[in-house]
Every structure is written in structure tokens, then in C-alpha cells.
Design a protein around this ligand. Sequence first.
Ligand code: ATP
Ligand code: MG
Length: 260
Amino acid sequence: MRIPKNHPRAESLRVRELIIEGMHQDIVAEAGLIAHGRGEAFDYLIGEKTPSFAIQQQTAAVAMILLAKKAIISVNGNIASLCSEELVKLADILSVNLEVNLFYRREERSAIVAKKLQEAGAKNILGKDPEFYTTIEELSHSRRVVDKRGIFSADVILVPLEDGDRTMALRKMGKRVITIDLNPLSRTSIWSNITIVNNVIRAIPEMVSIAEKLRNKSKEDLLEIVENFDNHKSLQESLLYISQRLNNLAEGELEKPKVE
Ligand code: ATP
Ligand code: MG
């Protein structure tokens, strides 16, 4: 679909087209469309731009990854469709691998998602070679397969757009989980060590810039950032931001239609 440049919601439509295109290429699962719609709704609530609390969340996330013994970035269909190139940049600058890990897993789909990452410049992609597969016992059948060299043995996992059950299972395995989820009320948000309440489209490139600044910091400086971060407080701050924003709109700031 061609989106007129002067359309008031051109950016949102452009992103939506990426997801639809991803579905036609078998990168995005059908349920991925529904998840995206839920994300769009929450993005409206935060004003479709990065609030300052999200910058703090993104900074803590980058610091935690830089401090990890072994960090990994888990990639699903939605994130691969929306921002493969930025994701590859983030993995490069943080010196971590990308692992294809799909909720609706099929070998052909994993291969297609891996190819998408490869085209975006990724070199070492995990989660696509059966000889390295192992399982997470806490999860049901097809969702339990992970890569021995990646998620299974990592201490820190960045899982943009994860499901609540899997976040809980990873926490129970002793992993530190960082997620990006526009819904501060989801189980994923509540169960993660660090939740970034922002659109992945903005969060990933912003994390690349943050990583450029933080990667030369000392271990002590990075530790201080991580230790001062409290996910529960940060989620409460996100909710307060949304509720105050809605209050301001309700008390007068809501745009009025101007019909000539
Ligand atoms: P949970 O399983 O964590 O309780 P859920 O079942 O409501 O939550 P899922 O479908 O499992 O949600 O996960 C999708 C999540 O991703 C949703 O919370 C949605 O708000 C979020 N999301 C979708 N698109 C984006 C996006 N572009 N950026 C950030 N978050 C997004
Ligand atoms: Mg879910």
C-alpha cells in the first residue's frame, strides 16, 4: 500500500505495513498482528514518543548487558520485521549474538527470520541449527526449544516483545531478563528485571546511541546504574506518566476538531 506523505498518521501506517509485509513473508505469525495492535494502543497512551522514564530504562538495560558474562538478544517475527538493521547494530556494538526464538515455532519460519537478520548484516545467528537445540523444562512443547550456546547458557537476555509465561520461566531458571513492552501491566513487564516501556521502533536505535556512550564507562559506573534501577518503581512511574497525561487531556488539552 502506498501511504500519502501528508497523511497525519503516516509513520504509524508505515510501521503497520512492515508487520503486514512480514506476515506475507511468513516472518510474522498471525497472532503477531494482534500483538502489534495492542502495542499501538499503548503507544497512543504514552503519546507515541519516548518519555524520559524510558530513557532511564534503556540506559539501565544497556548497562546490564555490558556487565553480563554472556548476554543474548532473542529475536521474534515482529521485531525482525520492524527493525532488523537496528537490532544488528545493537548486537554489534554490545558484542552479543542474536538468537531466533519464535513463540509459534516452525523450522521453516526460524530459517526465514534468520535470513532476514542475515540480510540486515548479522553474522552469527543462533537458534536455527538443530544440533545445538536444548529445552527449557518449564515450558510446553514447541515453545521450549532454545540454543545451548545462546539463551540456555546466557545470564542476561534481551527479549523484545516476549510472552509472560516465557519471561517467568526464564526468571525461574535464574536468568536476568530485559524486555521491551509498551504495556506496563503485562506479566512480561512485571516479571522482567528491566522493562522498557517504549515502542521497539524507537527503543532499539536509542539503545544503540546509549551503548556508544556507555561502552567506555568503568564497571563501577555501570554497576551503579544497574543497582540504582528498580523495575517495580519504574513501572509505577510509567503508569503515573500515562495517568497524568490522560488527566491533562481530560481536563482540557484534548484536541478539538476545527471544521471550516
Ligand atoms: P503477557 O503475556 O506478557 O501477559 P500479553 O499476552 O498481553 O502479555 P503478548 O501478546 O504475549 O501480550 O505480547 C505482546 C506484547 O508486546 C504486548 O504487551 C504489546 O503491548 C507489546 N508490543 C507489541 N508491539 C510492540 C512494539 N512495537 N513495541 C513495544 N511493545 C510492543
Ligand atoms: Mg502473552
